[in-house]
Write a protein that binds this ligand. Sequence first.
Ligand SMILES: O=P(O)(O)OC[C@@H](O)[C@@H](O)c1c[nH]c2ccccc12
Length: 261
Amino acid sequence: MNRIENTFSKLTKENRKAFVPYIMAGDGGLECLVDRLATLEKFGATAIEVGVPFSDPVADGPTIQAAGIRALATGTTLRGIIKQLAKARELISVPIVLMTYLNPIYAYGIEEFVEDIKEAGVDGCIIPDLPIEEEDIIALRLKQAEVELIRLVTLTTPLERIKMISNKGKGFLYTVTVKGITGTRNEYDSDLNQFLKNVKEVSPIPVLAGFGISNGNQIVELTKFCDGVIVGSKIVDLFEKNNLEEMEKLMSVFKKESKLV
Ligand SMILES: O=P(O)(O)OC[C@@H](O)[C@@H](O)c1c[nH]c2ccccc12
């Protein structure tokens, strides 16, 4: 069983929700990646999404774009990231999900990429610009390597298609909660809760909500209708400000003694 499947089946049994932080690899210099991953594990991350900086990040808002530019400016490469992840794997046990656009994988070589991330102990991969209809170019290889392809659905994906997509994988389903790009926001579509409920009904795998989530109240509200959250821009911002105290508080949202932030 893959580490992601394992982690989520345990979570479901214990009736707990997932908190998956996103981090931009190479922001602050690639040498601090291992340390930051260890911090996120210590703060209770269920799994960690590690972003690969890319020059044309079509799904990203200003915070993550800026983090990507900073990371590229320090000379971060996909090869360098994978080396650091191999080091991290010796220290941390939470699942690692690599998030990259397709282009850097192409440039690396698909076969070699899958081999190397497997070897480094990466457990899953998110490729946001890879549509299901095209996924065969990499999906089978990932499957053979037991690296889960984490697929995305959005508010505009028809339910039939969500059913089909969620039946393909064994990891979790990434449900995009906005019609737009990454970045914190204060309000959601009024039909979001119902949408999450519908997705939960058809999906055989855990349903995680991501995009625009930045505070405890939002997280408590949303997880009434799904199995957990993914928080990107807010975590990136708190690392940049080196505000680990607030990060720890935010990530304690599911602990009984937590005070919402
Ligand atoms: O930053 P936000 O709004 O909290 O959204 C999560 C997100 O950052 C992370 O999952 C992510 C970053 N870049 C992406 C591109 C596509 C899909 C997902 C992502």
